[in-house]
Design a protein around this ligand. Structure first.
Ligand code: 1GP
Length: 252
C-alpha cells in the first residue's frame, strides 16, 4: 500500500494520524534517537522531514538514522526545491494555494518535475494553505505571501474546494511552525466538511487537548514539530489523544 492509499484507507475508517515533524537543521543526533524511540512506542504514523530553511546538510543523516531504527514512513515536507533526498519514502509536492506567488504555485514544480519523475519517491500533490497564526512565521517571510486571516473560514474553504477540484490529493492547513494561535476548529470543520481528500493540520499545536479537538473537528492528520523538539515525552500523550479518537475511548 502506498502512503497515499494508507491515508485514504484511514480516512474511510475514521482513523486519525500523527506526524512528527523533524527539522534537520534544529535536530541534534542524541535528541533524534530519543524522538525515534518514543515515536516507535507511541505508534506514530509518519515522520515529516523539512524546514523553511535548511542551513546544515543534515537531511540525509536524519533520514538514515530514522530508516535504520524504525519502519515509520518518512515524508519530505520541503521548504524549497533543494530539500530533496531519495532516502525518504515520499514527498509532499506542495502548491502554496493560499498565496499568489507563481513560483510556489507552479514555478518550482516545473523545475523539479523531471527529477521527481525519475525518483523512487512517492509524490503526493498537496494544497498548502497558510493561515495567520498570530505571529510572523518563517514561511510567510520566505514565501513572500500573505496568510489567510485567522477568522476567515470562508476563504480557506473556497481555497480548499478549488484545490481539490484542481486535483490536489491532500490539503494542509498550516498556521506555521511556532504559531501563537493554531488553526481554529471552526476553520478545520469548514474545510474538512467541504472536501473529500484527507486534511492535514499543523502549526502551534502544543497540547493533547488541542490535538484531540482538531481531530474531532475533522482533521485526518496532525503535524507537530516545535512542541516535540522541546519535550519529546509529549509524543506519547499526543499520539494517545489522536489515536484514542479511533477507539472513541479517550476522555480528556
Ligand atoms: C509547521 O505544521 C508544522 O509547518 C508544525 O508546526 O512546529 O508549531 O508544531 P509546529
Amino acid at each position: 500500500m502506498t502512503i497515499y492509499e494508507s491515508l485514504q484507507q484511514k480516512k474511510r475508517d475514521g482513523k486519525k494520524s500523527l506526524a512528527v515533524l523533524i527539522d534537520p537543521d534544529k535536530m541534534r543526533l542524541k535528541h533524534l534517537e530519543q524522538i525515534i524511540s518514543i515515536s516507535k512506542d507511541a505508534a506514530v504514523d509518519y515522520f515529516f522531514i523539512g524546514g523553511s530553511l535548511i542551513v546544515n546538510d543534515m537531511l540525509d543523516t536524519v533520514l538514515k538514522e530514522i530508516k535504520t531504527n524504525c519502519d515509520i514512513p518518512t515524508i519530505l515536507f520541503p521548504g524549497n526545491s533543494f530539500q530533496l533526498s531519495y532516502k525518504a519514502d515520499g514527498l509532499l509536492f506542495l502548491s502554496l494555494i493560499s498565496g499568489r506567488n507563481a513560483e510556489l504555485l507552479i514555478g518550482n514544480h516545473v523545475v523539479t518535475a523531471p527529477y521527481l519523475k525519475v525518483s523512487p519517491l512517492e509524490i503526493i500533490s498537496t494544497g498548502y494553505i497558510l493561515v495567520d497564526g498570530g505571529v510572523s512565521t518563517t514561511v510567510q517571510y520566505i514565501s513572500n505571501t500573505a496568510p489567510i486571516p485567522h477568522s476567515k473560514d470562508d476563504i480557506a474553504l473556497c481555497t480548499a474546494i478549488a484545490g481539490e477540484m484542481l486535483g490536489l490529493k491532500l490539503m494542509y492547513l498550516d498556521a506555521g511552525s511556532g504559531a501563537k494561535q493554531p488553526v481554529s476548529t471552526s476553520m478545520i470543520e469548514a474545510v474538512s466538511g467541504a472536501v473529500n481528500i484527507p486534511v492535514i493540520v499543523g502549526g502551534g499545536i502544543r497540547t493533547a487537548e488541542k490535538a484531540f479537538e482538531n481531530v474531532q473537528a475533522g482533521a485526518d492528520l496532525i503535524v507537530i514539530g516545535n512542541a516535540f523538539e522541546k519535550d519529546p515525552s509529549l509524543i506519547m500523550e499526543m499520539a494517545a489523544a489522536i489515536h484514542g479518537k479511533n477507539k472513541k475511548s479517550v476522555s480528556l
